[in-house]
Design a protein around this ligand. Structure first.
Ligand code: BES
Ligand code: MN
Ligand code: MN
Length: 480
């Protein structure tokens, strides 16, 4: 009864929900860029104030090293709690999200400014429906908003923002830059967080439009930067070319050895700890009828581009296998016109997506040892470990998982698919490691939402489903 009243409230009040979502999107909370430090705090404060309006006890918790004025060196975490209804018997849920967003570059490819959100219909050929276009539209402010609006619906219709369920809220501001200060934060708050029974995150996607899903696993990540140094100065390529190492050529030669002919990663020991995909899992995934060719077409590629580690389907490669990617490579002259030069150094950003129990620190060590072993003659490496996190797989038969599944069914009228994702959400590994908490990922994005890219969007139908699913989940919790 209460769930349906909350759902009706959401339908009747949708324009105001979208207005609030747009309001938050206007704050440019780019966590990786120090120029936006104050904006990040503004976005945190915006969220804290909304939680307080909704009846939560809400505060900003500092991260990193705290200075004399009480400011942390990291971005603050928005924390909130709510007293459950006296009769509440269900689990204590930790809701996690992030208010920080990715940088906006390349800025010229945005059709409207990234922090001036636009609510508009799909253009011809674009596919999908009405959407909000802005940085953070879906990742992750828009998805956190689905939770906040579900709270609003329950608050307005029953007086309690989670329908009586016991919740702790943790909205961090450094997810997009590697959650660097979060391990310490989680350890420092271990006592209070340890009271939680399960973590719920809305920061993933669905199987497709109108195909709701629960994600039961995300991959881990190890992120590095390597620089190969050669001469102590830039050189004339006519005088020195062919006589000494060109660090760009040599770096490219080394990085080209990362994969063998079967596109398997060649670093010794890399696959240690990788659990082979089970027959059951492969069979389950096959039933989801993922169309690899159609997905490639959307990003402008032919069927022939369906490449990766030999012996696995696209879905298996994304969800269940580790990968190595070069995310950036630079060096030498890249300005207009020509300049004949052999630079002193060349660099690359190299990252690894990890599965099962692969330890990001160990993988980084193995990679660095492999680089050293392949040091080109006369050259020297500078190796930087940026950040990392463990992947997680969540048991699919827990009561909380079943409650989430029922909630999605009552919100959408469809049984959710059980999927995994190739992306990474570092907090999930920390919560499992430090607190033994499992995470349920109930996300509402689509694979063409342009997350991290220009013209990021979140469709209103997906936003609506998110609000409804969280509202229905509160109802399921109260009934448990
Ligand atoms: N929300 C994403 C991860 C994601 C997106 C998971 C879509 C599943 C589906 C998250 O904000 C993200 O971008 N994570 C980063 C990792 C981080 C350490 C920079 C990623 O996966 O690259
Ligand atoms: Mn995210
Ligand atoms: Mn992201």
């Amino acid at each position: 009864m209460s769930t349906s009243t909350a759902l009706d409230w959401l339908t009747a009040n949708q324009p105001a929900s979208i207005d609030r979502w747009i309001d938050w999107l206007k704050i440019p909370s780019i966590s990786t860029d120090p120029a936006y430090r104050d904006k990040c705090r503004d976005a945190a404060e915006w969220c804290r104030a909304r939680l307080e309006d909704l009846g939560f006890k809400a505060w900003l918790a500092e991260t990193g090293d705290v200075d004399a004025a009480g400011r942390g060196s990291g971005h603050p975490v928005v924390m909130a709690t709510i007293d459950p209804a006296p009769s509440y018997q269900g689990p204590h849920v930790l809701f996690y999200g992030h208010y920080d967003v990715q940088p906006v570059d390349p800025i010229d490819l945005w059709e409207s400014p990234p922090f001036e959100p636009v609510l508009r219909d799909a253009k011809p050929g674009e596919g999908g429906g009405r959407r909000v276009v802005a940085r953070g539209a879906v990742d992750d402010k828009g998805q956190v908003m689905t939770f906040l609006e579900a709270c609003r619906a329950w608050k307005e219709t029953t007086g309690h923002p989670t329908g009586g369920a016991r919740y702790t809220i943790m909205i961090e501001g450094e997810e997009e830059s590697g959650s660097m200060n979060l391990p310490r934060f989680v350890k420092d708050h271990k006592k209070s967080l340890a009271n939680c029974d399960v973590c719920l995150i809305s920061d993933t996607g669905m199987l497709g439009r109108n195909q709701p899903a629960i994600t039961y696993g995300v991959r881990g990540l190890a992120y590095t930067q390597v620089t190969l140094h050669a001469a102590n100065q830039d050189l004339h390529s006519g005088l020195w070319g062919g006589r000494c190492p060109n660090p760009i050529t040599e770096l490219a030669r080394v990085l080209a050895k990362l994969h063998d002919d079967k596109r398997r990663i060649t670093i010794p020991g890399f696959y240690k700890g990788v659990v082979p995909l089970s027959k059951q899992e492969r069979a389950n995934w096959k039933k989801l009828k993922f169309n690899a060719a159609a997905a490639l077409k959307k990003i402008g590629l032919p069927k022939a581009a369906d490449i990766g580690e030999a012996g696995y389907t696209a879905m298996e490669r994304e969800w269940g296998r580790p990968t190595a990617e070069i995310n950036g490579i630079w060096g030498g002259y890249t300005g207009p016109g020509a300049k004949t030069v052999i630079p002193a150094h060349a660099s690359a950003k190299v990252s690894f997506r990890l599965v099962a129990n692969q330890d990001p620190r160990k993988v980084t060590k193995l990679f660095f040892a492999w680089c050293r072993k392949h040091t080109p003659p006369g050259c020297r490496w500078e190796l930087v470990d940026h950040h990392g996190g463990f992947g997680v797989t969540t048991p699919i038969d827990s009561p909380a998982m079943q409650a989430a599944s029922r909630a999605l069914r009552s919100a959408s009228g469809k049984s959710p698919a059980l999927i995994k994702s190739g992306g990474s959400i570092p907090v999930a590994g920390m919560l499992k490691d430090v607190l033994g908490l499992d995470t349920i990922f109930m996300g509402f994005g689509l694979d063409d939402d342009r997350v991290h890219s220009p013209n990021e969007k979140f469709e209103v139908d997906c936003f609506t489903l998110g609000c409804r699913a969280h509202a229905a989940f509160f109802g399921e919790l109260a009934a448990s």
